[in-house]
Write a protein that binds this ligand. Structure first.
Ligand SMILES: Cc1cc2nc3c(=O)[nH]c(=O)nc-3n(C[C@H](O)[C@H](O)[C@H](O)COP(=O)(O)OP(=O)(O)OC[C@H]3O[C@@H](n4cnc5c(N)ncnc54)[C@H](O)[C@@H]3O)c2cc1C
Length: 607
């Protein structure tokens, strides 16, 4: 449309993607640009909980907890294939601990709270009061109410009952794959834009700069070095005439402003282009532990406990075999892309688990991999709250001095991505004199399915797999894994859309020329067709995109070099990886998994 306005969203993390979808619902043009991949930042390095944030109650953040609980309830309803309720077990040592510290914290006296914290953590009275308030704030949603129980009951986590004789039981939710949730937000935005005939484009692995007169220049795919440079097809620079920009680059917000508005040498040492820094990030590390005894001891609960220093630690089921443990909270000022879990953090998290489950005795060798990310927290004055106490509330900051309307998103949580997007979209649209035409409040994600509709999705996927020639004994397991990732979109994975001007005979000739290729990716229950689907439908460009953020294979316990080599071959067939660079890319992927996440990838599947 000639008079259509275009808003450029920088950053395709969960917040940028949610905002893009919200803007599309109001019929404006949206272009999303990410310097890396969709969900390439904190979104992928989080604890993966959709939660009210029980501990924020102590800091008096009632509004944030109420909003988070409302969003938790909504996301379980609108994205049930990805967001699932999880019962939590909160072990306590005694009855009275933490009452005075909690009161001091509520009144904003953090130093006093730390002094009064004591060694025995929060007692059952403090925990019970917090959980009662949590229930009250979530009232009416039909979630089970909390209870206080004795340790050691049947089906409960087998936590050291002598050290922690009591526990609070309550409910929150888990989003195992925020990466997939973020991709689906963008898929939905594309569907919405196609229905209203408005512009919607996503560019990943592309640098961005400001040109003259409100033009945003999305750079060409850089040549040489890096996975994106191995693309079979070069990509030219694109110029976008933007009416507004939203900087949703998370912990990179200040860096992005600096790169859009470079400072001269004299002022480069000072704060950002607009006179202040917005982000005061803290890094948080997680472990994925492969230990059958720990996984069994956890039962199907998440455990929310305190480490010896009073910091919150989560021990969470991560599928049937793994346990996710996190996190730390350490001020971090470097490039968020360089944040890594240190051996000290790994040791701290292992000690926290062993304090709860001393008989399991998890060792360093049980750690399958680790990851680390930087929270995009608002900057606070030095000597103020402890990192754990810094508000997780989000802010939308308008940069009045910018040559075109520009905002930065600061802070936020996975949980509140949708509500943040709703508020941000209303402000951006209002500033441009445009109406809010729709919101995502009741809009399910494209893959949404649960119960009977999930069973139907699995049946459709089985039929599609069998039709594509997969033996029935494989089709069941493959359909199950495909639905776990794509929800009710799973059957589409096997349906290659018609290419205009190409008939079925032509496609068959092309397939014959390429040879039969794998039907299934080796070592994992996923169809080969899923790789092509991620390229065609989900903006995957590189091997890392597919391994880490589309098929979630980097977490898979049976990941091997064979698996990665199959994905590389399928990317060559999909036309996004140059054939002569495939082997180099496989080596680079294996090396990255080891150096960044401590994941040792065996040659073939040994499990
Ligand atoms: C350790 C940890 C644990 C957490 N746990 C939880 C939790 O359990 N529950 C919860 O609700 N929240 C949690 N959070 C918070 C939540 O993960 C983040 O608030 C949220 O993911 C932020 O999303 P975002 O889109 O703003 O930023 P990000 O996900 O970081 O995305 C920013 C994107 O911007 C891109 N980018 C950077 N620079 C540029 C540029 N110049 N141009 C274009 N693109 C650029 C990056 O590649 C990235 O993809 C946690 C965070 C951390 C770090």
């Amino acid at each position: 449309m000639a008079d259509e306005k275009t808003i450029v969203v920088l950053g395709a993390g969960i917040n940028g993607a949610a905002l893009a979808r919200e803007l599309a619902l109001s019929g404006v043009g949206v272009v999303v640009v990410d310097g890396d991949d969709i969900a390439g930042g904190a979104t992928a390095w989080s604890t993966r909980l959709i939660h009210g944030g029980l501990r924020y109650l102590e800091f008096g953040e009632i509004g944030l907890v109420r909003e988070s609980l409302a969003e938790r309830n909504r996301l379980v309803r609108l994205a049930p294939h990805l967001v699932r309720p999880l019962p939590f077990y909160l072990p306590v040592q005694g009855r009275w601990g933490g009452l005075w510290a909690g009161a001091a914290r509520l009144l904003g006296c953090e130093p006093l709270a730390r002094r009064w914290q004591g060694k025995r953590g929060r007692g059952s009275w403090t925990v019970g009061t917090g959980l009662a308030l949590y229930d009250l704030l979530a009232a009416g949603a039909g979630w089970p109410r909390h209870r206080i129980t004795r340790a050691g009951g049947a089906g409960l986590p087998q936590i050291d009952a002598r050290a922690f004789p009591l526990a609070g039981i309550y409910s929150d939710a888990q989003l195992l794959f925020p990466e997939r949730f973020t991709v689906e937000l963008l898929v939905d935005a594309r569907v919405i834009a196609a229905a209203s005939g408005t512009r919607f484009e996503v560019y990943t692995h592309r640098p961005v700069r400001l040109g003259r007169g409100g033009v945003v220049v999305v750079g060409a795919v850089p040549v040489g070095g890096g996975s994106a440079a191995s693309a079979a097809m070069p990509a030219a620079a694109v110029e976008i005439r933007a009416d507004a920009i939203v900087n949703a680059t998370g912990a990179w917000v200040d860096r992005t402003l600096e790169s859009l508005f470079p400072l001269d040498a004299a002022s480069a040492a000072g704060p950002d282009a607009f006179g202040r820094r917005l982000i005061g990030g803290t890094k948080g590390s997680h472990l994925l532990v492969r230990c059958a005894r720990l996984r069994a001891a956890l039962s199907d609960y998440g455990v929310y406990a305190e480490a010896t220093d009073g910091r919150p630690v989560f021990v969470l089921p991560f599928g049937p075999k793994l346990v996710l443990v996190g996190t730390t909270d350490i001020p971090f000022t470097g490039d968020p892309a360089e944040a890594r879990a240190s051996e000290a953090e790994i040791g701290y998290l292992i000690a926290a688990v062993n304090r709860l489950f001393p008989t399991v005795a998890v060792g360093r060798d049980c750690v399958q991999q680790h990851y680390c990310g930087v929270r995009p927290l608002p900057r606070v004055r030095e000597g103020g709250r402890s990192p754990a106490g810094i508000s997780r509330r989000h802010l939308l900051v308008r940069h009045a001095d910018s040559p075109l309307p520009l905002w930065s998103i600061v802070g936020g949580k996975l949980t509140t991505c949708r509500s943040l997007a709703e508020v941000a979209a209303a402000e951006v649209l209002g500033t441009l004199g445009l109406p809010v035409r729709g919101t995502s409040r009741e809009r399910p994600l494209p893959g949404a399915c649960a119960g009977a509709s999930r069973t139907a999705a699995i049946q459709q996927a089985v039929a599609a797999a069998a039709e594509a020639g997969m033996p029935m004994q494989q089709a069941d397991a493959v359909a199950e894994s495909t639905v776990a990732l794509f929800g009710k979109r799973a059957a589409d994975v096997w349906h290659r859309p018609a290419v205009p001007g190409q008939d079925v005979a032509q496609i068959q000739t092309q397939d014959k020329a390429q040879g039969p290729g794998p039907r299934q990716i080796r070592g994992v229950d996923l169809p080969a067709a899923a790789v092509d689907f991620c390229v065609r439908e989900e903006w995957a460009v590189t091997l890392d995109d597919v391994i880490e953020r589309r098929l979630m294979l980097s977490f898979h316990e049976r990941l091997s070099r064979e698996t990665i080599a199959d994905v590389a071959e399928l990317l060559v067939r999909a036309g996004v990886l140059a054939a002569d660079l495939a082997a180099v890319e496989v080596d680079a992927c294996v090396a990255r998994l080891e150096s960044r996440y401590g994941r040792i990838v065996p040659q073939d599947n040994i499990l």
